[in-house]
Write a protein that binds this ligand. Structure first.
Ligand code: ATP
Length: 305
C-alpha cells in the first residue's frame, strides 16, 4: 500500500490572453503549492482500476472512469504496456471540488506517483511530467510543487525562486464553478467591453517582475500588492456573492485577497501564522463562506508520504 500526499495550488498571478483558434487561452500563470492537500492511497486489486473517496466533498467526486486519478493510472499502465492493470485508489479529499484549486489535477498527479511506486515501475520524473501534461494543463504543476511559472495552457513550467513561508487562508464556497464556464464569461465580458476576446485583441500575458521579486524576497506585503487574477471579474460576475467574502477577509486583516483560479474559493494572504488563524476565524464567523482553512506554502509536489 502506497500513500501519496499532494498539494492544492493557488495562482498568485493568472494572466489570461485572448482566445486562440484551438479554443485555449495563452496564460501567464504563477502557480503556488499550498499544504492544504489530498492523499491518494494505492493498493493491490484484482478487479481492475477501482476508486473510493472520503471527505466533506466526497459525494460530488465522480468515481467512474472520468476521475483524473483513474485516468492517470490507466495512462501510466498503457505507457508501460501493462494490459490489465489492477489498483484500488482511495482519495482522502481535503481540496474543495470545482473550487479553482486544481483538486482533480492533484489527484491525477498523486495517482501517477502512487501507481508508479506500487507497480515498481521507476518511471523517470521527466516522463511522469509528460504523462501529467497529457492528463491536463494543471497536472504537471501538482507533480512539481513549489512555485512555478506556467506558460502556454499552463503546462510549460519553469520553477521559480521563493524565499521562506507565506501564510494563506482559503474560504470555501458552497458549490463549485466550472472552469470552462468562467473562461467563456471572461471572453463575453471582454467582447461586451469592446476590447475583443481573440488572441489578436488581447496582449500576450507575461509574469509581473514585481510579483517575482516579492516571491524571491519572501516579502508577503509586496506579494499581496502584486496578486492578480484575470479571471476574477468573470468569477464575480457568475458568483456576485464572492465580493462579500473577499471584503470579509480584507476587513479581518488579510494583506491581500483574490479569487483562486477560476473560483469560487477565495484566497487571502496573511502576515504570519497567527494572522492567518485570525482571518480564518473571522471568515468562518462572517457567514460569507462554507468554511475557511488556514494553511501555508510553498510545499513540494506529489510525494510518497
Ligand atoms: P482547476 O482549478 O484545475 O480548473 P478545479 O479545482 O476548479 O480545477 P476540480 O476540483 O479539479 O476543479 O474538479 C473539476 C471537475 O473535475 C469536478 O467537478 C469533477 O467532475 C471532475 N473530477 C475528475 N476527477 C476528480 C477528482 N479526482 N477530484 C475532484 N473532481 C474530479
Amino acid at each position: 500500500m502506497i500513500t501519496v500526499r499532494v498539494p492544492a495550488k493557488v495562482n498568485v498571478q493568472l494572466g489570461v490572453g485572448g482566445l486562440r483558434a484551438d479554443g485555449f487561452h495563452d496564460l501567464a500563470n504563477v502557480f503556488f503549492a499550498v499544504a492544504l492537500g489530498d492523499e491518494v492511497t494505492a493498493s493491490d486489486s484484482s478487479e481492475g482500476i477501482t476508486l473510493s473517496c472520503s471527505g466533506p466533498d466526497a459525494g460530488v467526486v465522480p468515481l467512474d472512469d472520468s476521475n483524473l486519478a483513474a485516468r492517470a493510472a490507466r495512462l501510466l499502465a498503457a505507457h508501460h504496456g501493462i494490459a490489465d492493470p489492477g489498483v484500488h485508489l482511495h482519495i482522502a479529499k481535503a481540496i474543495p471540488v470545482a473550487g479553482g484549486m486544481a483538486g482533480g489535477s492533484a489527484d491525477g498527479a498523486a495517482a501517477l506517483v502512487a501507481c508508479d511506486a506500487l507497480w515498481k515501475l521507476d518511471t523517470p520524473f521527466e516522463t511522469l511530467l509528460e504523462l501529467a501534461a497529457e492528463l491536463g494543463s494543471d497536472v504537471p504543476f501538482a507533480l512539481l510543487g513549489g512555485v512555478a511559472l506556467g506558460r502556454g495552457r499552463g503546462e510549460i513550467l519553469e520553477p521559480l525562486a521563493a524565499e521562506g513561508t507565506f501564510h494563506w487562508v482559503f474560504a470555501v464556497a458552497d458549490g463549485g464553478l466550472s472552469t470552462p464556464a468562467v473562461f467563456r464569461e471572461c471572453d463575453r465580458l471582454r467582447d461586451e467591453a469592446g476590447t475583443g476576446s481573440a488572441d489578436s485583441d488581447v496582449p500576450t500575458p507575461d509574469a509581473d517582475p514585481a510579483l517575482l521579486a516579492a516571491l524571491a524576497d519572501g516579502d508577503a506585503v509586496a506579494l499581496a500588492a502584486a496578486l492578480t487574477n484575470d479571471l476574477q471579474t468573470a468569477a464575480l460576475s457568475l458568483r456576485p456573492a464572492l465580493a462579500a467574502t473577499l471584503r470579509a477577509g480584507t476587513e479581518a486583516g488579510a494583506l491581500g485577497a483574490l479569487v483562486s483560479g477560476s473560483g469560487p474559493t477565495c484566497a487571502f494572504l496573511a502576515k504570519d501564522a497567527d494572522g492567518a488563524a485570525a482571518v480564518a476565524a473571522a471568515l468562518r464567523a462572517s457567514g460569507t463562506c462554507r468554511t475557511a482553512h488556514a494553511t501555508y506554502g510553498p510545499v513540494p509536489g506529489a510525494a510518497v508520504a
